[in-house]
Every structure is written in C-alpha cells, then in structure tokens.
Design a binder for this molecule. Structure first.
Ligand code: CTP
Length: 399
C-alpha cells in the first residue's frame, strides 16, 4: 500500500482516470487526485473527490489555508506521482520546469518516483517537440508508460491512446517494488572508454561511446538506488541525480573505483577499459620530423582483478562486461569463472549496428548459478532494464 498522487490533465482520456483510481484502490493504494484547471472543464473535481474521499487539489493558492503549502507537505508524504492522462502541455511544462499550477509545481517538489502516461492525438504525440520533451523527462528520471496504437478520441486511428489501465497499474506496482529493493542502496557503474596518452596531443582509446553505462546509471537511479558513475571521456550529458566522476585513463578509473568500493553494494563494470597503454608518456609533442615513433605498450591495471581479491569482495555483487567477436557464450562463461564475477554481460561486437557506439545491443547475461538471458536485439535502454532484472533475481538467490 502506497500513497499515490494521481495527476490528471485535460486529455479526452480523462474519463479513464475514474477506472484508474478504482484499480489503484483495489491494490490498497491511497489515492490523492491533483487536476490541472483545464481538466476541471472536462470533469468536475467533485467526482474524483467522491471516489477518493479527499479534496482534489487544483490551484497553488487555493481558497483553503492548508492548500497554500500543500504541495510541499504532500510532496514529502507521496510515494508515487502518477500523471495519467498526461497531455502534451503538462509533459512540456514538466520537461522545462514551468511551475504555474499545482500539478506542475508539485512535480518539481517531489523526490518520489514519477510515472507519466501520455494520451493525445497521434500527430501531437509523434511531434518532435513532444518526443524531445519525453526524452528529457526520461533523463530526469521519469518512467514513461508508453501510449498504445488504436482508436483515438479525436476519431482517428494511431499512436497516442492512453495505455490500458492494467498496464499503468502493473507499471506502478513494478516501480514501487523496485524502489523497495534499491532503497538506501549504492551502485557504482563504470562507463565509456579510457584514453591512454602517448604525448600531450595523442592517445590510444577504443570505440566505446559510454551509452550502455549511462543507460545503466539512469536505470539504477530510476529504480531508486544512489548511483556513482565513473566515466571515461564521452560526449554524453551527465544523467540527472547521478554522481558523475570523469576520468581519462585506466589508472584514474581504478583509483576512483577503489575510493568508492567500500560504500557500494553493486559494481557494474561497463567501461571498455584499455588493456594496453604506452609504457612511457612523452612530455612534449612528438614531431613528424622525428620520424615514426616506436611505442612500447604495457598492460594497464586490471580493475576487476583488483576488486576480486579485495577483503570486502564477498559483500559485493560484481557485474563484468565482455566484448567478444566470436564464441560469445563460451568466452562469457570462461570470463565469468576466471574473473570470479557474480554476473557477466557479454556482447557481440562483430555485428554492425549493435554494440560499440550503437543505440542497440544484443547481449547474453549469465550469472554464477547458471541463469542465462539472451536479450535479442534491443535498445540499450531496454537492455539496461534486463540487466537490472538479472541483478535483482541474482540478489534474491543470495538471500
Ligand atoms: N576490465 C578491467 N580492467 C581492465 C580491462 C578490463 O576491469 N584493465 C574489465 C572491463 O570493464 C570489463 C571486463 O574487464 O567489465 C572484461 O573486459 P574485456 O576487454 O572483455 O576482457 P579482458 O579480460 O580484457 O579480455 P580480452 O580483452 O582478452 O577479451
């Protein structure tokens, strides 16, 4: 049972909000409705008040004395903010931080998870501005309950129909459950490539973009964990509410991992750490007139190798990655065992369009108990969810 605030905005799908309230109450949740003022032109707040036995909040500076600071008090108590149906307008306001009514102000005040279930005409939903706003909300940690394709209230067929009530409620249950699982837990994630300098202007690196690690960081945060992201050089923006530590070399990455290792419970080594670095870094730029340099390479420090012999190793769940061009399963099993990992995520980097630099991946997730998940080709965002599900399932086996 959770305290849920249901934000209702002025989509024609508003009539479904009544069923949604009932479905949430059936699962024993306490529902408080907040409406936008335009929504009150579709349905009277009295209806929601009757269903929830609570006054509906609409205005920031309402008539009731209590309403004036309500958004702060209510924000502290709320365990889930669910906005359904969500119009293009409320999505745009949330994305940009406009706070001109109770609901949009409330969004800025809450610390709890937020789910948005859009409902609008297809052209509005697919408009690049709306899509960009939804992407921004995702970056801010909001869970998007994607609309479905079907008959729309405007008389057209298309994308934009509010997700089924059961889908929304199931998602709410899932979000609340994962919050419980990750409450007060810290995760350390490494991401991106490392850069190993040759001279002041040159380095060797690899093709990792950091996308997988950054998606994992966002997913961890969305599930309610505290996330520390140690990132090699990438062009990606820092995920919202994630502590990002930027490093360049394998050595620097190792130093930061060491620093935070004690305080975290889960470590996900998604970084493509360089295996070799030039034995010597030249102090000044190597000039062409000096001829072709002969560079001697040495191995970088093995970060996972260091973690595995750490005295606190047994208290942690360590997830490694493996980038392979052939024999994916056999290599993954070998690395899982040899490196003493709890889980391994192996990706095939030989197929164009997936893996390094791509938005998609195709991975095999193995755990120490023989559990195997083959993702198939999916977005890195979806794969990050699968990885977290695998970690959660593994954790349950440990308890
Ligand atoms: N890794 C690490 N320290 C390094 C190199 C890699 O901790 N110096 C980690 C990576 O972050 C990844 C895992 O080791 O989680 C496996 O990396 P991968 O390059 O696939 O495997 P290697 O052990 O380096 O083996 P090889 O390159 O020979 O396949």
């Amino acid at each position: 049972m959770a305290k849920i605030v249901l934000g209702v905005s002025s989509s024609i799908a508003i009539y479904k909000a009544c069923d949604l309230i009932r479905a949430l109450q059936k699962r024993n949740h306490e529902v408080q409705v907040v409406m936008t003022s335009k929504a009150t032109q579709f349905i009277s707040p009295h209806l929601f008040q009757a269903l929830t036995a609570k006054p509906v909040l609409v205005n920031l500076f309402g008539e009731r004395e209590a309403e004036r600071l309500e958004h702060i008090n209510l924000a502290r108590q709320t365990e889930l903010l669910l906005i359904a149906p969500a119009t293009a307008n409320i999505i745009a306001k949330m994305a940009t931080g406009i706070a001109d009514d109770f609901l949009s102000t409330f969004y800025l005040a809450v610390e709890c998870p937020v789910i948005v279930a859009p409902a609008m005409n297809e052209a509005m939903y697919l408009h690049p501005r709306t899509q960009a706003n939804l992407a921004e909300l995702y970056r801010q940690g909001v869970v998007i309950c994607e609309p479905e394709k079907g008959y729309l209230a405007c008389g057209e067929e298309g994308w934009g129909r509010l997700a089924e009530i059961e889908t929304i409620v199931d998602l709410a249950q899932k979000v609340l459950a994962s919050r419980e699982k990750w409450k007060n837990k810290k995760i350390l994630i490494t991401a991106g490539p490392t850069r190993e300098p040759i001279d002041p202007v040159r380095f060797i690196s690899n093709r990792s973009s950091g996308k997988m690690g950054y998606e994992l960081a966002q997913e961890g945060r969305r599930r309610g964990a505290e996330v520390i992201l140690i990132s090699g050089p990438t062009s990606l923006p820092s995920p919202y509410k994630v502590k990002v530590i930027r490093v360049e070399t394998a050595n620097e990455m190792k130093r930061e991992v060491e620093k935070y290792f004690d305080e975290v419970e889960v470590i996900i080594m998604a970084a493509a750490v360089a295996d070799f670095r030039p034995a010597e870094v030249m102090n000044s730029k190597w000039k062409k007139t000096q001829g072709v340099p002969e560079i001697k390479f040495v191995l970088t420090e093995d970060i996972l190798g260091y973690l595995m012999v750490h005295p606190l190793r047994q208290e942690k769940i360590i997830v490694g990655f493996a980038a392979e061009t052939e024999n994916l399963e056999a290599e993954a099993k070998k690395k899982l065992k040899e490196k003493g990992l709890d889980l391994i995520v192996a990706n095939n980097i030989s197929c164009p369009g997936i893996g390094f630099e791509a938005d998609f991946n195709d991975v095999l997730i193995l755990d120490r108990y023989g559990q195997q998940i083959h993702s198939g080709i999916k977005s890195k965002r979806e794969i990050s969810q699968l990885i977290f599900e695998a970690i959660e399932a593994y954790r349950e086996k440990l308890t």
